[in-house]
Ligand binder design. Sequence first.
Ligand code: ARG
Length: 456
Amino acid sequence: MWQGRFQERPAESLSKFGQSVSFDWRLYRQDIAGSIAHARGLLRAGILSEEEFAAIEKGLKGIEADISDGKLRFLEELEDVHMNIEAELTRRIGEAGAKLHTARSRNDQVATDVRMYLRMEGGRIVREISELQRVFVGLAKKYHRVLIPGYTHLQRAQPVPVAHHFLAYCEMLERDKERLADALKRIRLCPLGSGAIAGSTIVLDREAIAAELGFDGVSQNSMDAVADRDFVCEFLSVFAILGMHLSRISEDAILWCSAEFGFLRLSDAYTTGSSLMPQKRNPDVAELVRGKSGRLVGNLVSLLVMTKGLPLTYNRDLQEDKEPLFDSLDTVSSCLRIFAEMFATAEIDVAAARAAAADPVLLATDLADYLVQRGVPFRRAHEMVGRMVARAEQLGVRLSDLPAEEIERIAPLAVKGFGEVFDLDRAMRVRTAPGAPSPERIAERIAWWEQRLQGS
Ligand code: ARG
C-alpha cells in the first residue's frame, strides 16, 4: 500500500495505533463472501477471465478454511481484515489476486461486511431472546396458581399471579425482538459498488452482486452508502434497551432472593458464596447482568458521539464503530444465555409467596370497588376504605378482621359483602379484562406464548 505514493513505510507506532485486524478479523466470512460475489461481478464485466475468477474463488475459500482452523496469522501492518485477506490471496495466487480490488474500496467493503455480519448475529440474538422467553413461559406454567404481591413504588400493591410477572418479561422481550427485526430491515440494501465515495468508472452489475450476498437490493447514493453508520447506532440502541430490560429483570431477581422477599430460590450452580461470610448465597449472575447494561448504554453513546461530528463521507473515525458493536453483541448474547440457564433452574418459594400475597390489605382496592358496585362514588369509597385500613392498624388487626361495628360505623354498605371481598381466589377470578390476571386470562396468554414461540 505504502509503496506507490510514499517514500517511507508507516511508523510502527502508526501501524499499531491504526490497525483494526485484531478485532475486525471477525468479519472474515462476510468479507470473503463479498469478495467472491464482487469477483463474479468483475468476471461478468470482462475484467477477470474465467481462470482468474476460478483462482480467486478457490484461493479465497482456502483462506477462509485456514482462518477457521486458526492457521492464518493476521498481520497488523496490513491494518485490517480486508487488506490481510487480499494480500494473502495475492501471495497465494499471484496477479489474479491483484485484480480483485478493481472498482471497489474498503469503504464500501466494510459497510457491506458489517451489514452481513449483523444480519447473521441479529438472527442469532432473536433466537436467544426467544429461548429466554420460553424459560419465562415455563415458569409461568409451573407456578400458574401461585400469587405474590405485585409492587408499585416497591410497596406491596395488589396480589398477582407470579405467572403474570413472568409473562410481563415476555412482553418486554417481544418488543426487543420487534425492534431488532426492524433494525434488520434497514440493512437489506447492499453498499458494494459505491466504491470509496463516487462509484467507479468500471460499472458492475450491482443488483446481481447484492442478490448473491442475500441483500434485497442496492443502496442508491454512493456517498451516503459509505458514510452511513445509522444501522450500527440502531442495533446498539436496540441492545441498550434490551440491556435495560435485562437489568430490570435482574433487579427483581436480586430483590426476590433476598431474605426480605424470599420468593425466588436460585440453584447453587448460579449463585456464589462469600469468601468471608459462610451463610451467603449471592445472586452474582443477576448483578453482573445488571452491571453490564451500563456498557450497552455506553457503547451506544460512543457511537453517537463518534459519528455526530463527521463530515460526509468516510472518515477513519468510523473504524471505531466495531469494538462497541462487537462488545454489545457479545454482552447481550452472554447475558441472554446465562439468564436462560439461571431462570430455568430457579424455583419459586411457594409458601413465602403465598404468605406475602395473603395480606388482606392488598385487597383494599377491591373493597373500594365493592362499595362502588353498591353505588358509592369511587373517591368516597377510597376514603372510607382508607379509614378502615387506618382503624385496623390502630386496633392491631388485619383488615379482613375489622370488627363489624367498626365497618358499620365507617361504611355501612360494606358490612354484607366484607368477607367475600377478601377471598383471594375470587378476587383473581373476577379480573377478566384482556391483559388482567384472571386464571383464564393467564392460561390463554400462556397458550398464546407457547404457540408464538414455537420453533422461533
Ligand atoms: N478498517 C477500516 C474501517 O473499519 C476499513 C475502511 C478503511 N478505509 C480507508 N479509507 N482507510 O473503517
